[in-house]
Write a protein that binds this ligand. Sequence first.
Ligand SMILES: NC(=O)c1ccc[n+]([C@@H]2O[C@H](COP(=O)([O-])OP(=O)(O)OC[C@H]3O[C@@H](n4cnc5c(N)ncnc54)[C@H](OP(=O)(O)O)[C@@H]3O)[C@@H](O)[C@H]2O)c1
Length: 366
Amino acid sequence: MHTILVLGGYGFFGSRISQALAANEGIRLLIGGRNIAQAQSAVSKLELSSSQAIAIDAHAANLSERLVELKVNTLIHTAGPFQNQDYSVALAAISAGVNYIDLADGRDFVAGIEQLDSLARERGVFVTSGASSLPALSSAVVDRYLLRFKRLETIRHGIGSGARAPGLATMQGVFGYCGKPYTRLQAGHWQTVYGWLDLQHYHFPKPVGARFLGSCDVPDLVLFPRRYQDVQTVTFHAGFASASAHLFVWGASQCVRLGIIPSLSSFVTPLHWISQWLEPFISDKGAMFVAMEGVGIDDQPLKLEWHLVAAQNHGPYIPCGAAIALATKLARGDQLPSGAMPCMGILTVEDYLAALHGFDIRELPA
Ligand SMILES: NC(=O)c1ccc[n+]([C@@H]2O[C@H](COP(=O)([O-])OP(=O)(O)OC[C@H]3O[C@@H](n4cnc5c(N)ncnc54)[C@H](OP(=O)(O)O)[C@@H]3O)[C@@H](O)[C@H]2O)c1
């Protein structure tokens, strides 16, 4: 049996990952978080033993000892937001000889995980950050089509979400940079843009249709120019299912940019509450796109566009696919590389989507 502890295992994404792993007979699943009552309720819903609910604080000084004591083989860290975290959880896992997978979406956090590479190699453990839609799935899509390009010059990608609001940690992460400056590569130059501004109107395939999108600060903006050497432009945009909610966030981000309000961080809890309340009134459909442009192997201009479409509010399972796929590989004894790396080049699109089998999630290949 391969023991996996999901930190934040009763959270929005953690509970979905736990649900998938509980069905795997080769895995002994532990569901952890700071609230033991919530962990107990999660294990009882999954018909697991009450001893599989663990009261644990990700940032406790004795985390490494706890992992050894619990005989954990792999730790899945979903206890975000990651934007201001250090690597103490990953370091505790390495020191305990435990594989580590996180769902981070913080640009510097994911890109910087490589600083733990030699420690992870010495200990012979697999450590990866960003095991989620970005950059795990997004880079797997680009890798799949790369051979069709002589020169891949532009990658534009984005997500239009469905009605179901993610957990507080995700909202704290993404609202933290509303109206705040960050850089992205545009026509070969690093330019400053502002979170949730740069309003776009993108036409997703049916049944999703047109959505407003705003610019987001994500790990891919720095990782893709490193991974794909000819790339001159990398952008990422995201948007809400409700056009009016999106325009509200866009307006509020303008206020932050203009210095009228310092940040949207303090509004996250009421915004989370409002988005849960609005859920029945807005579309349960969402989608992701990856558009790649450049010169094809026949020296002609080439543009490819890949989509993933989710319905019935199944979109929130998509960010869970990487952690489920990696945990499944580790549990069946597949060799994953020792070392610490952003989650790119480890999973194919097929690996990723196999972990989402059974949900109303449909790929439209380029
Ligand atoms: N890279 C991507 O593409 C991508 C996409 C989507 C989401 N994400 C990431 O996924 C993360 C999780 O999001 P979510 O929506 O599931 O958030 P959530 O519902 O708020 O869940 C967070 C969980 O972590 C637990 N937690 C928080 N602090 C903890 C601590 N110190 N020790 C132990 N447990 C702790 C929380 O429980 P307690 O507070 O009770 O402890 C909760 O169960 C986000 O940070 C986001 O960055 C990444």
